[in-house]
Design a protein around this ligand. Structure first.
Ligand code: CA
Length: 227
C-alpha cells in the first residue's frame, strides 16, 4: 500500500529537494506551496501524513493545522525556522505529532516520518491492549488489572485506552479531550483531571497494580509502570 505524504512548503528549493528525497524513500509525494493549497490537497488526497511549514503565505501553517485538527487526526510534522515557534507549539497544544527545526537533513525528516507513521497507524479496534498487568478489551469495553475487573465509565475507558495504547507517551489535556470527546466536547481541559483522578482511584483499589497514570507537570498525563 502506498503511503502518501503531503508536503506544504513555500520555499521551492527546499520543497523540491525534500520531495525528491521522500520519493526515493518510496513515498508518494504531493506538494503544496501555500496554506490554502495545503488544505485543498489534504481534503482531496487524504494523505497519510502532512509535513507542514509554519510560515506559509495565504493561510499560515498554524491555521492549516488548526483547521485540519478540527476534522481529523492526520499525522502532522511541523517545519519551523524559529525556536520560539517550538515553544509556542508545545504551549498551544495544537496537536502536531512532531516538529523539526530548519535547517534539517532529509534523512532526519525521513526518520521522523517513519516514527510518526509507526505511532499513528491505528490499532485494530478489536485488538486487546495490554501493558504489564493492565489489560483492555475495546470490544467488550472491559479493563482488568490482573484478574480484577475495573468498573470504568465510557469516558474513563476511552481515556485509559488512549494512554495504554501508547505507554510512556505524554498526552496533553486538550489532546485527550479532543480525542475522547471529539467535536462534541464541552467544558474545560480540567474535566480531564477529574476523569483521571477517578481512573486512578479505581486502579489503586484493584491492588498490586504495577501500572499508574503519572502527571507530567504543565503538560498532561502518561501511563507508566513501576515508580
Ligand atoms: Ca516558509
Amino acid at each position: 500500500m502506498e503511503t502518501v505524504i503531503l508536503l506544504a512548503e513555500d520555499e521551492k528549493k527546499l520543497r523540491d529537494m525534500t520531495a525528491q528525497h521522500l520519493k526515493q524513500e518510496g513515498y508518494k509525494v504531493a506538494l503544496a506551496a501555500d496554506g490554502l493549497e495545503a488544505i485543498h490537497y489534504w481534503q482531496e488526497l487524504q494523505p497519510d501524513l502532512l509535513v507542514l511549514d509554519l510560515m506559509l503565505p495565504g493561510l499560515s501553517g498554524w491555521e492549516v493545522l488548526k483547521k485540519i485538527r478540527q476534522k481529523h487526526d492526520t499525522p502532522v510534522i511541523v517545519l519551523t525556522a524559529r525556536a520560539d515557534e517550538v515553544d509556542k507549539l508545545l504551549g498551544l497544544e495544537l496537536g502536531a505529532d512532531d516538529y523539526i527545526t530548519k535547517p534539517f537533513s532529509p534523512r532526519e525528516l525521513s526518520a521522523r516520518i517513519k516514527a510518526v507513521l509507526r505511532r499513528s497507524r491505528p490499532q485494530e479496534p478489536s485488538a486487546l491492549i495490554s501493558f504489564h498487568d493492565l489489560r483492555l478489551d475495546p470490544e467488550r469495553m472491559e479493563v482488568f488489572i490482573g484478574d480484577v475487573l475495573l468498573k470504568l465509565t465510557a469516558s474513563e475507558f476511552k481515556i485509559l485506552m488512549l494512554l495504554a495504547g501508547n505507554p510512556g507517551q505524554v498526552f496533553s489535556r486538550l489532546y485527550i479531550l479532543e480525542r475522547v470527546f471529539g467535536d462534541m466536547y464541552e467544558g474545560y481541559e480540567r474535566t480531564i483531571d477529574t476523569h483521571i483522578s477517578n481512573i486512578r482511584h479505581k486502579m489503586e483499589a484493584a491492588d498490586n497494580g504495577q501500572v499508574s497514570i503519572k502527571t507530567v507537570y504543565g503538560i498532561g498525563y502518561k501511563l507508566t509502570a513501576g515508580e
